[in-house]
Design a protein around this ligand. Structure first.
Ligand SMILES: *[C@@H]1O[C@H](CO)[C@@H](O)[C@H](O)[C@H]1NC(C)=O
Ligand SMILES: *[C@@H]1O[C@H](CO)[C@@H](O)[C@H](O)[C@H]1NC(C)=O
Ligand SMILES: *[C@@H]1O[C@H](CO)[C@@H](O)[C@H](O)[C@H]1NC(C)=O
Ligand SMILES: *[C@@H]1O[C@H](CO)[C@@H](O)[C@H](O)[C@H]1NC(C)=O
Ligand SMILES: *[C@@H]1O[C@H](CO)[C@@H](O)[C@H](O)[C@H]1NC(C)=O
Ligand SMILES: *[C@@H]1O[C@H](CO)[C@@H](O)[C@H](O)[C@H]1NC(C)=O
Ligand SMILES: *[C@@H]1O[C@H](CO)[C@@H](O)[C@H](O)[C@H]1NC(C)=O
Ligand SMILES: *[C@@H]1O[C@H](CO)[C@@H](O)[C@H](O)[C@H]1NC(C)=O
Ligand SMILES: *[C@@H]1O[C@H](CO)[C@@H](O)[C@H](O)[C@H]1NC(C)=O
Length: 648
């Protein structure tokens, strides 16, 4: 039970005591049914069920250690990244695990020829009748109907496995979980408004950076020098997009107005996944994609951008509803994540993720793409969601995958969300908060707050302030200037405890700048004594960058846009440029950035003005050093370059 030990301690009753008559023990139990699901009837015993058994991976208890070994600068193995084969063989379930599970199934009457072992070695899958599966798992399957969408699912309230098998499996599907569909799977929330100033204002002037952030402002804020004309063929910047598409016309307009040195027609290299396509006509342009490229190109050009665009139009547009997120991308960059097998079944969740081939009109009719693209050195992701939208195991599995990508030398940066200490309005409660609406709601992947990614919060330059005055955290009330309130996502995880690399920084914050709110300690005491945040949780964001009043061309027009969506490609581009220098000096990429960043807080511009309101509070306050609003601060390119060039 290593993989989900933290998570399952909340829901999993492991009781050898309760069942004196059998060696079977309860492996998972659900005590309530999510309100949107209605239990209708027992599943007809003759119905076909695809049983999937998630095998316990080996060595996950050492995974953090392995990651720190290659990404903490004090380690002698710093920068000695693993090959993907090393990752697969290290974490693959042990032979003992595979043998034990197979022999349990075979002894229970499931012929060995029916068992399919998926490619990444993570699952054993077989087709069964409901009756056979019920007898195997000492359970009863029920049909559930989603009252909102009408979709159906099969689930049990609890199931059992032999005690000797328990340590070899993570979970069985169908199991106790009912999918919790998200309202907005990508949940990127860019905010835009029409500026009074025109794009034609002097693009190289720094006197209007308090009104609009241009490439010249970004370069000046973070002291980013002009890029060398010589760039490495192995350092394309990765940008993830889903259901939102760039328009070449918008990029061209932007280049013409702000960066004439970037030729018209410059566009990302396609790494299109499962039938995704881009660009789109200008009228259909996506504000997120346009923003990401218009921020990144000016920093990294002539380096290229690799666009990881996911999913065929039916899925990406929501025409066919799916709630999963990011798995098809992970499949495409890491074949070992993919578990395509003879049943067309895979590690993705067919209840949550797109299923390919997609036979609907216009769908992508190829097979799910597995391991077809090499991950880039840096991947920028301006998408997210709320943890409550997706099952725990689903996100935990992704979190481990981010760790594995870090082991292989990829730096992954995620936007921290745009709702301060809250979630988006309407998520969980009307104000986007938890409990009775007073408890802070960390965002996905932060709420499950995967500690193996770098989280990026947002800063801004206030009116009548110059670059020399410095930035503050974003606090934009409703109507000023966007139609919705916006502040930098930040807070403390309800799942992950404070990772070592961050412990001193977080302790310092609590010691010197204790937030004026009651707290609870560990999610087991969620909300206790009126607590509104988890004092023991992983803090986020890790870093920040500008994310307000960003100059952008979208749908052919000049707008100002904002969001941690903007901060993330800026920080990612800075890291890409640093790796460029390292490659030129015969060094390698950087992998997981946090251990080095937390050891070198001086290389970031500390943000000490502002907070991140939400849940009827002013949120947390920025402070000298790390804070749960702006992290360690914004990039200081020369200082970060010094730090990273000083490493092997
Ligand atoms: C179960 O399905 C079989 C085959 O479709 C059908 O003959 C049978 O009547 C069903 N049983 C129940 C209890 O609905
Ligand atoms: C634009 O601003 C820069 C820097 O302030 C200045 O050097 C340049 O002359 C200006 N260009 C025009 C056309 O005003
Ligand atoms: C770029 O690379 C070429 C060929 O390797 C070399 O001659 C030139 O000096 C380099 N230029 C810069 C600015 O590094
Ligand atoms: C890119 O990396 C590969 C190995 O990953 C290496 O064989 C190749 O020479 C590199 N190319 C350049 C231009 O550095
Ligand atoms: C999609 O088409 C393939 C091949 O034509 C077929 O095997 C498969 O069953 C179809 N899937 C669905 C969901 O109709
Ligand atoms: C900025 O300065 C101008 C000119 O001094 C003034 O008119 C304006 O009110 C100031 N804006 C803010 C937000 O302080
Ligand atoms: C934390 O505990 C609360 C109350 O028991 C529960 O509703 C919530 O799902 C838990 N959060 C997580 C992330 O497990
Ligand atoms: C929410 O719950 C907390 C503690 O249980 C309580 O102090 C607070 O008054 C409640 N707030 C509302 C708006 O009900
Ligand atoms: C600090 O933030 C406040 C808003 O909270 C803003 O009015 C003020 O201008 C900021 N100060 C600086 C120096 O940016």
């Amino acid at each position: 039970m290593r993989l989900f030990s933290t998570l399952f301690s909340l829901t999993l009753a492991v009781s050898a005591v309760a069942l004196p008559t059998t060696d079977h023990v309860v492996h998972e139990r659900r005590t309530s049914t999510p309100s949107r699901w209605e239990k209708t009837a027992r599943v007809n015993g003759t119905e076909q069920v695809l049983v999937r058994i998630g095998l316990a991976q080996s060595n996950l208890d050492h995974a953090y250690e392995y990651l720190m070994s290659v990404s903490d600068s004090v380690s002698p193995n710093y920068g000695k990244f693993w090959t993907s084969d090393e990752v697969i063989s290290t974490f693959a379930p042990s032979d003992e695990t595979v043998a034990a599970v197979e022999s349990w199934l075979v002894n229970a009457g499931v012929a060995k020829s029916r068992l399919v072992h998926t490619k990444n070695q993570g699952w054993i899958v077989f087709e069964s009748t409901a009756t056979e599966a019920e007898s195997l798992l000492r359970t009863k399957y029920y049909q559930y109907t989603d009252k909102l969408t009408g979709s159906k699912a099969i689930a049990a309230e609890e199931y059992r496995v032999p005690q000797t098998i328990q340590k070899h499996i993570d979970f069985v599907k169908p199991g106790v979980l009912l999918p919790i569909p998200s309202k907005d799977r990508s949940a990127k929330r860019t905010r835009k408004f029409k500026p009074t100033r025109q794009a034609s204002a002097n693009a190289s002037s720094l006197s209007t950076c308090d009104e609009m952030i241009t490439p010249a402002c970004v370069a000046a804020l973070y002291k980013i020098p002009h890029s060398s004309p010589n760039v490495s063929a192995n350092n394309s910047l990765g940008i993830f997009e889903e259901g939102d598409y760039y328009s070449q016309e918008d990029l061209n307009l932007f280049f013409a107005n702000f960066t004439p040195y970037i030729p018209q027609g410059t566009h990302p290299k396609p790494a299109f996944i499962d039938g995704a396509e881009a660009p789109v006509p200008v009228a259909d342009a996506g504000a997120e994609s346009d923003l990401d490229f218009q921020l990144a190109y000016p920093i990294i050009y002539p380096q290229t951008i690799t666009l990881f665009q996911t999913d065929d139009y039916n899925y990406a547009s929501g025409e066919i509803e799916t709630d999963g997120f990011f798995n098809t991308f992970l499949d495409a960059v890491d074949g070992s994540y993919c578990t395509y097998c003879a049943y067309g079944e895979c590690g993705d969740d067919p209840n949550l993720d797109p299923v390919y081939p997609d036979n609907s009109t216009g769908g992508y009719t190829g097979q799910l793409m597995c391991g077809v693209y090499k991950p880039t050195n840096v991947i920028s992701v301006s998408y997210g969601g709320q943890e409550s939208d997706l099952p725990a195991y689903y996100q935990q599995r992704q979190c481990n995958e981010f760790l594995k990508l870090g082991l292989q030398g990829t730096s992954i940066l995620f936007a921290s969300g745009d709702d301060g200490v809250a979630g988006p309005a309407g998520d969980d409660t009307a104000n986007g908060c938890l409990g009775n609406g007073t408890i802070f709601s960390p965002a996905f992947p932060n709420r499950f707050s995967c500690p193996y990614v770098t989280n990026v919060g947002a800063t801004k330059l206030y009116p009548n302030h110059t670059i020399a005055d410095g930035e503050s955290s974003v606090v934009d009330p409703v109507g000023h200037p966007y139609s919705v309130a916006y502040s930098s996502g930040g807070g403390f995880s309800n799942i992950y405890t404070i990772p070592d690399y961050q412990a001193a920084a977080v302790a310092e914050y609590f010691k010197n700048h204790n937030p004026p709110y009651p707290y609870y300690e560990g999610n087991a005491s969620f909300g206790k004594n009126g607590g509104v945040y988890n004092r023991l949780g992983r803090g986020y964001p890790d870093v920040a960058a500008n994310g307000d009043n960003i100059a952008e061309f979208w749908e052919g027009e000049f707008i100002l846009d904002g969001g941690t969506s903007a901060s993330t490609p800026i920080f990612s581009s800075v890291i890409n440029r640093i790796i460029e220098k390292r490659i030129a000096a015969g060094k390698g990429p950087l992998g997981f950035l946090n251990p080095v960043l937390y050891r070198n807080a001086h290389a970031l511009n500390d943000i000490t003005n502002g907070s991140n309101p939400g849940c009827g509070t002013e949120g947390f306050y920025t402070a000298p050093g790390w804070d749960p609003v702006s992290g360690l601060g914004t990039p200081n390119f020369p200082k970060l370059l010094d730090v990273f060039m000083g490493l092997p």
